[in-house]
Design a protein around this ligand. Sequence first.
Ligand SMILES: Cc1ncc(COP(=O)(O)O)c(C=O)c1O
Length: 366
Amino acid sequence: MFRKCLIPDLPSRKQLKPWLRQIDNNRYYSNNGPLLKAFKQGLMTVFFSAENLPLQLSCTSSATVGLELVLQNLNLPTNARVLLPSFTFPATCMAVLRSGYQVVLTDVSRNSWQLEPKQAYAALKQSGFDAVIPVSSFGYPVDVSAWDKFSQKYNIPVIIDAAAALGVQKAARYCHMVFSLHATKTFAIGEGGLIISSDKALMQRIQRAKNFGFQDFEIDEIGTNGKLSEYHAAVGLAQLQRWQQLKKRRQKVFNHYKKVLKPLQNYLILRPKNQKVVPAVLPILWQGDLEPLIEGLTQAQIETRRWYYPLLHQYGFYQKYKDRIECISSFKHANYLSQHLLGLPFHNFLHKKDIKHIARCLQKFV
Ligand SMILES: Cc1ncc(COP(=O)(O)O)c(C=O)c1O
């Protein structure tokens, strides 16, 4: 049997039916309709109510558009320099380039696999920047209190790209945050994004900007269409009803992986230091050469993925936009992680016997 790396787990036709019936009755299909309002309320209750922060929340058509909306509405200076790790999904960088800003690429920490405040501080001294985007890579949360402190101390906006981390990433007081609701994420609705921030004025500007810039039928600033439809909100409402069950299933799959991979702990690292949560995907840090392992797993009908490979500055677009992308590091850790991280199958439809089979195949390569 072929073991796929990712299989989305979205609501069935039956689970969607009551919500679709409401759309039929309402005849509302977009533009902040009643289902979107209910979905936003539900997201706040399920994911953020315990945080006790003055959070505002905005749903967008994707996380990429969400990142663009935040960047474009922070009142950053023209040609602002935005720091981010080269070890991330290209969308983080695309959002900065499409907003007209300069990208400053740096390394990540070898231990956390993430850009940390101490690296941002070094970058600030070395070359300066106007905003920073730390990434909750693979759905492992970033340390929000450390980033809140950084933002406060240096008066620099921090936008956390938490694309894969809804459900595990704590909200921040001063950092802005963007989540993805794409089909492959743990909480998925097909396509969609979610912005959270406690900056009321910023969220008002974003609300206008995602609706072409309209406010009371007048437009003062450039906008886009970044709205989420009522159909997507319907999927989201059905998904919220399944959330506890989705979470439990993922935890079970992860626990089983931890158990069967324990004997291999001298050969691989299952997660970065200090991370106790269930991630969105399952990259293992393999101590040896990845090529023969990938070949062997493929032959055993096990699909794998490499994240993040290549690094951002190793893509073709870097050469074309070199005048807008500055590299301020030799990327020692990012290079190592990119060469040694391999994504294993990780989804809600994996059974114990599949995970055992995967562990047995890995064992052959140690
Ligand atoms: C780190 C990161 N940022 C941004 C995105 C883009 O999310 P979306 O597909 O919702 O635009 C992704 C997608 O997986 C991602 O992994």
